[in-house]
Write a new protein. Structure first.
Length: 314
């Protein structure tokens, strides 16, 4: 049987985690072909989250709590610990405060039939925004972010603009095996666990999208990351450059874990061209790098952002 692992990192989520666990335990899928286990790691909550998790673990054999040894890892480190500790065929990421549609796993598994199991891959869906009481806000993630339905979600887009939200994302074993080779210390510095895994899967052209919102994405004052897009002016150069540094760091890690794997040539050229610019300190050489890789890389991006990288990134 194929093994499904749902990975949940918690922190002070006692008000919501029970509803989330209930929605996972009520999932409809073929139990003759798949097993489902939920693995929780609490990041040193100071409320009743851990007590609640222990009650679920005692009541349901499929709910497991990973030992945290009293160490707070943060969201990236906590999810890395879960990935590194769990063996499964499919890994579903889970926020502590959301609610899954009853058929989320079933529809994800159907979509996984398009994923090449021999290489890193994944599936992600849209999300429905809800308030703190799980009442619909009648807007999806794609709508609030103004993501066109017909946009080309190629690696060129994912290089600087991820479309994947961890709460509605799952990867296969090959993707998991790649990302854990990064190591816990370096993984804590990635942009986010979902974005780097999406970048890996997209590099192999093995990432698939479900336009149906299959998660109620709760919006409240304690979200680590919410659905509302961050607004920064064109003059906020410091923020943009810092963000690009994180993106290029992730891209270097992706390039490392890909190694000699036969990814599509256009993706290899895209990554190589982008990394060439990130390693170039001299202004004149940066100009030459952009011109040399314009067709493969920079023709995909807004001129304003390319100029920002040219003049301010180092």
């Amino acid at each position: 049987m194929k093994q499904i692992a749902v990975l949940m990192s918690t922190y002070n989520g006692e008000n919501y985690v029970g509803e989330q666990l209930d929605s996972i335990l009520q999932q409809t899928f073929n139990s003759k072909e798949y097993t489902l286990d939920v693995f929780c790691r609490d990041d040193n909550s100071n409320d009743g989250t851990l007590i609640l998790l222990e009650k679920y673990s005692q009541s349901f054999e499929c709910v497991h709590i990973l030992e945290n040894s009293g160490i707070s890892f943060g969201v990236r480190g906590s999810f890395y610990s879960l990935l590194a500790s769990v063996d499964a065929d499919f890994y579903f990421f889970c926020d502590q405060d959301d609610v899954w549609k009853d058929d989320k796993i079933k529809k994800f598994l159907e979509k996984f039939s398009q994923v090449n199991t021999d290489i890193p891959g994944g599936v992600y869906s849209d999300l429905m925004l809800v308030d703190a009481k799980n009442n619909s806000l009648h807007k999806t993630m794609s709508k609030i972010q103004k993501w066109p339905n017909n946009e080309d979600r190629s690696l060129a887009l994912f290089l600087f603009q991820t479309r994947v939200t961890g709460a509605a994302f799952a990867v296969n074993r090959k993707a998991r095996d790649k990302v854990v080779t990064i190591g816990s210390s370096r993984f804590k510095n990635v942009l986010m666990h979902d974005s780097i895994l999406a970048l890996i899967a997209r590099s192999y052209n093995n990432l698939f999208y479900l336009s149906e919102p299959l998660v109620n994405y709760r919006q409240h004052g304690n979200n680590v990351l919410g659905a509302m897009p961050q607004r920064h002016t064109i003059f906020d150069i410091h923020f943009k450059v810092k963000h690009y540094r994180r993106l290029f760091n992730d891209l270097r890690l992706v390039w490392e874990v890909i190694g000699d794997d036969p990814i599509p040539i256009e993706n290899r050229r895209l990554i190589e061209g982008a990394l060439e610019l990130s390693k170039t300190k001299n202004f004149g050489l940066r100009v030459k790098s952009i011109l040399r890789n314009y067709k493969a890389v920079w023709s995909n991006y807004n001129v304003r952002h390319t100029l920002l990288l040219l003049f301010f990134f180092n």
